[in-house]
Design a binder for this molecule. Structure first.
Ligand SMILES: Nc1ncnc2c1ncn2[C@@H]1O[C@H](COP(=O)(O)OP(=O)(O)OP(=O)(O)O)[C@@H](O)[C@H]1O
Ligand SMILES: [Mg+2]
Length: 311
């Protein structure tokens, strides 16, 4: 046995010598960089498209945790518009709140059948209630014990959520997408526990280009594990393409239709902007026939799909 062992050893030494003495690969002592590698370096140019490195982002970054988020996100003073932010005054029996509880339970019901965490709220035209619905939907979810929600103002053209919530418009999403800010500096913690808000950020010239640059998807992938829901407000779908681009990074789309305002052919056209599997429901906002100002939205219908896939 020892002669065989010696023969094998000799053969190995001869092979190593013939290969110039190269050491065998080691998988245990590979040096690990301490800091994220930012790929402004020429290497980024040769990285596969759609990867973080290709996008000039950290080639790798440690996973986010809720503890780091809580420690590093700025706690800001908010002065919400109490006439439209229905859950901010702590009175869960206020007018209009019941409709949002119904919407919430429909969405949870739907979530039993499909992957549904990132939800885009959009509509065909301006002023149909997208921001109103997304902000109050986020709040009604947070009212449930232990539910953590991130509300994102992805309407980079006409952001309104910061006004409704009474907070600052930036830094926010556009700053992250341009590589100017990290996740922590663009997410605000408000007065409600478990309610986080990402404003739209600094105004930019070409929002569609920016939301489609691939960084949004990476941002959402990093944030998803920390939240029960991510609700995203968006611009109207007919005049600009942002919403359909944003939808590709989300699990589902909730479409708002303003009662007696949105022409039906326009609503149908907007619906075509989204692939079938992405449209999870339609909110009929501002239904008449009720004395109360806020009992005017109504969750009308939703499509049932077993699964959705993100682009
Ligand atoms: N159901 C509702 N009850 C009371 N006020 C509402 C309702 N829906 C919307 N509003 C009000 O109507 C106005 C337009 O709503 P909102 O800003 O949510 O629309 P939008 O679709 O987000 O508009 P834009 O396309 O300009 O972003 C706001 O002042 C909002 O508070
Ligand atoms: Mg809006």
């Amino acid at each position: 046995m020892s002669r065989i062992h010696e023969a094998l050893k000799k053969a190995e030494q001869e092979r190593a010598a013939s290969q110039g003495g190269a050491a065998p690969p080691s998988y245990t002592n590979t040096p690990v960089a301490d800091e994220p590698v930012f790929s402004d370096s020429p290497a980024a140019a040769s990285s596969p498209a759609g990867t973080a490195a290709h996008l000039g982002m950290p080639a790798f970054a440690s996973p986010l945790t809720i503890d780091t988020l809580l420690a590093r996100c700025p706690q800001t003073e908010w002065t919400p518009d109490m006439t439209t932010m229905l859950f901010m005054n702590g009175d869960d029996s206020a007018r209009g709140t019941e409709e949002f509880r119904t919407l919430r339970s429909r969405l949870y019901h739907l979530r039993e059948k499909m992957t549904l965490k990132t939800l885009l709220v959009t509509s065909a035209l301006p002023k149909e209630g997208k921001s109103f619905i997304s902000a109050n939907l986020a709040q009604v979810i947070v009212r449930q014990h232990g539910r953590r929600v991130l509300l994102i103002d992805a309407d980079l053209r006409g952001p309104r959520l910061q006004q409704m919530l009474g907070t600052t418009p930036g830094p926010g999403l556009s700053d992250y997408l341009q590589g100017r800010n990290d996740e922590f500096s663009i997410i605000q913690r408000g007065p409600m526990e478990n309610f986080f808000f990402m404003p739209s950020g600094t105004g930019i010239a070409d929002p569609a280009e920016l939301v489609g640059n691939g960084r949004l998807k990476i941002l959402l992938q990093r944030l998803e594990p920390l939240f029960d829901w991510i609700i995203m407000d968006s611009p109207p779908a007919i005049p600009v393409s942002d919403a359909s681009i944003l939808a590709k990074a989300c699990d589902g789309v909730l479409m708002v239709v303003r009662s007696n305002v949105t022409p039906s052919d326009v609503a149908r056209k907007a619906r075509l902007e989204f692939p079938d599997q992405a449209l999870v429901g339609v909110v009929l906002n501002g239904t008449s026939g009720d004395e109360t100002p806020y009992a005017r939205y109504y969750y009308e219908s939703y499509q049932k799909k077993a699964t959705t896939t993100k682009a």
